[in-house]
Design a protein around this ligand. Structure first.
Ligand SMILES: [Zn+2]
Length: 336
């Protein structure tokens, strides 16, 4: 009884908070609309009406649309700040653990790192930008999304699989380590993937094993995920590790798709400094595309650097993307 009352109160509070927040946003929007130069902050992004009008017009008339997405797409989904390169997990630089050499040397350590990342990304929810892109894919069938994210949030937002290419693989794909075995599995959301890789708990709460002070479990190689096909080799996460080539099928599909005229490229939450992602913007421009960048900061370097005729929408992708796509997708509700 106490629990259900408490939950009810929480729900009420949360709905009051949301109402207050939307009122604040409306006031902010009205303030911005009355200014000639709209200001913009991360919390209250503003999209100028004239940019929105010209973009919507182009979006509606576009047939072939490409989207290139990076970490900024998932920023408002509540993923931990630790992410891939540049972040530390325990005492390890993430780039040290994401290599075939690290897996061969200590598969138990590397699997615990990925089991943690799978678990954390499953706690996060796809945001309105993921749902808006999925809806755009349904409304404009000749649309391709290239995502550099491995967090599984686009598939979980029901982005049609045939219009989504995951350039760096996925935390939820696994494949066999045996060179002669072709076993691979996609969208395996089982958490933990095997019982031995369960995140240790203390009185019902997950222990933060990214903290080096928290002891790691001693997991033997025999208890790690094994290939059900060849029955001998270990399974490994289906992400692209440092030093590995990008998936051939993905790259050739993208090359093929981008060899024809493109009307529009959406560059969302990525500075696109690293190739080949950076090259896709140049290719799209060459194939006739106009460029729209959605980012928290104005890109002054890299391939997404703005040129005349580009659109730049500043702010959190979770807010801005559904707003600018609304002319085609309709209103995207807050996911529950
Ligand atoms: Zn196998």
């Amino acid at each position: 009884m106490i629990t259900s009352n408490f939950k009810h109160e929480l729900r009420q509070r949360s709905s009051q908070y949301k109402k207050r927040l939307s009122l604040q946003r409306l006031q902010q929007f009205q303030q911005n609309s009355s200014q000639t130069m709209p200001s913009s902050t991360a919390e209250h992004p503003s999209v100028s009406q004239s940019d929105l009008d010209s973009f919507s017009k182009h979006l509606k008339s576009s047939r072939r649309i490409l989207a290139l997405c990076g970490a900024g797409l998932s920023a408002s989904s509540g993923l931990p700040t630790f992410r891939g390169a540049g972040g530390y997990w325990r005492t390890y630089d993430a780039t040290q653990l994401a290599t075939p050499e690290a897996f061969t040397e200590d598969p138990s350590l590397v699997w615990q790192f990925y089991s943690y990342r799978r678990h954390m990304a499953l706690q996060a929810k796809p945001n309105r930008a993921h749902f808006a892109l999925a809806e755009l894919a349904r409304r404009k069938p000749d649309f391709l999304t290239i995502s550099q994210n491995v967090d599984g949030l686009s598939p979980r937002a029901h982005h049609p699989a045939e219009t989504l290419e995951l350039l760096h693989g996925s935390l939820y794909d696994v494949k066999c380590m045996n060179f002669h075995c072709d076993y691979a599995e996609q969208n395996n959301f089982t958490d933990p993937i095997v019982p031995a890789l369960e995140i240790p708990q203390n009185t019902g709460a997950d222990l933060d094993i990214s903290d080096a002070q928290v002891p790691l479990k001693d997991v033997s190689t025999g208890d790690l995920p094994h290939c059900p096909k060849c029955k001998t080799a270990l399974l490994r996460p289906g992400v692209v590790w440092f030093g590995e080539p990008l998936p051939v099928k993905t790259v050739s599909r993208i090359d093929n798709w981008t060899s024809q005229h493109i009307d529009l490229i959406l560059v969302i939450g990525t500075s696109a400094i690293v190739y080949p992602a950076a090259g896709y913007i140049a290719t799209a421009r060459k194939m006739g595309a106009r460029v729209a960048v959605v980012n928290m900061e104005r890109p002054d370097t890299g391939a997404s650097k703005l040129k005349a005729g580009d659109w730049f929408f500043q702010g959190d992708a979770g807010v801005v993307v559904p707003q600018i796509l609304e002319a085609v997708t309709g209103k995207i509700e807050e996911p529950r």
